[in-house]
Unconditional design. Structure first.
Length: 280
């Protein structure tokens, strides 16, 4: 093979890893994604759920990046939250919404879509119709020079320099065990359980409720006062609090619980033993 083909110029491919909770995106060849928690679905109810509050950054300065992050946390009237991917199975359910997410992603990177090939991960049980619709959007609207869909389990095995393996993938809504052989997913051997990160978040919410601890999102807090250790929190509710949607409030409460999870929860050093640990 000639050097011009095998060792050609860098193509600068963009990699998208969509999930129910977030979208990870970055450039091929880099160890970590540029963004790992790109919100999927903040929308304006007044605009019939189709007007997204995404804006093109004016610069790549840190302040501009911070402002892009803050715009999704800013308390606004009639702003709701919704995922573009189906909960029970990570497939694109709302293509118009997903199209807006892609548009924001290209603007986030300040990238011309017609200059960057795209690699996108997909669920092992994704359907042919969903794949065709995804390719149609990227080729016809964004004019990408090349596009490839690859199953998440195959990407995981290749990332570990192995063509075959058993991949356990735990996401927000469910956990799957996927067998891979020579780069192909054995679909009939896939096992799935509806337990994931959201289930752990719900269990933490139950624990806090039983302990009579209120989950207060940050947008409701006007001021806080220092307290002694193990003393109840002392805070003042923000005045002139605008009415927000239930979905937005639930999302902000969920982020508070996830912060609690990151601070408190840890993985047990020993395997699960039903005689020692009893999960109610």
């Amino acid at each position: 093979m000639s050097g011009g083909v095998y060792g050609g110029d860098e193509v600068g491919a963009l990699v998208f890893d969509p999930g129910h909770y977030s979208l990870r995106a970055g450039f091929a060849g880099e160890e970590l994604p540029k963004v790992s928690k790109m919100p999927h679905a903040y929308f304006n109810i007044a605009q019939n759920i189709r007007h997204f509050c995404f804006s093109r950054p004016k610069s790549r300065a840190p302040s501009a990046i911070s402002s892009r992050i803050r715009q999704f946390r800013c308390r606004r009237t009639k702003i709701g939250q919704r995922a573009a991917l189906k909960t029970s199975l990570i497939k694109i359910e709302d293509f118009e919404m997903f199209d807006n997410v892609l548009e924001y992603a290209f603007k986030y990177f300040n990238a011309e879509s017609n200059l960057h090939p795209v690699l996108m991960s997909e669920d092992p049980l994704n359907t042919k119709a969903k794949r065709e619709r995804t390719a149609e959007i990227l080729f016809e609207k964004y004019n990408v020079p090349a596009f490839y869909l690859c199953k998440t389990a195959v990407l995981a095995t290749f990332a570990n320099n192995r063509p075959s393996g058993l991949v356990v993938d735990s996401g927000a809504t469910h956990t799957t065990a996927v067998p891979v052989y020579d780069g192909y997913v054995l679909t009939k051997g896939i096992v799935k359980t509806p337990l994931g990160g959201d289930a752990m978040t719900n269990q933490c919410k139950v624990f806090l409720d039983e302990a009579n601890i209120d989950v207060v999102p940050s947008y409701m807090i006007g001021s806080k006062e220092p307290v002694a250790e193990n003393a109840p929190a002392r805070w003042t509710k923000k005045s002139n609090l605008a009415q927000v949607t239930k979905s937005y409030h639930n999302q902000m409460c969920k982020e508070v619980i996830q912060d609690f999870q990151a601070s408190v929860l840890q993985v047990n050093d020993t395997p699960y033993d039903s005689e020692i640990i009893n999960i109610g």
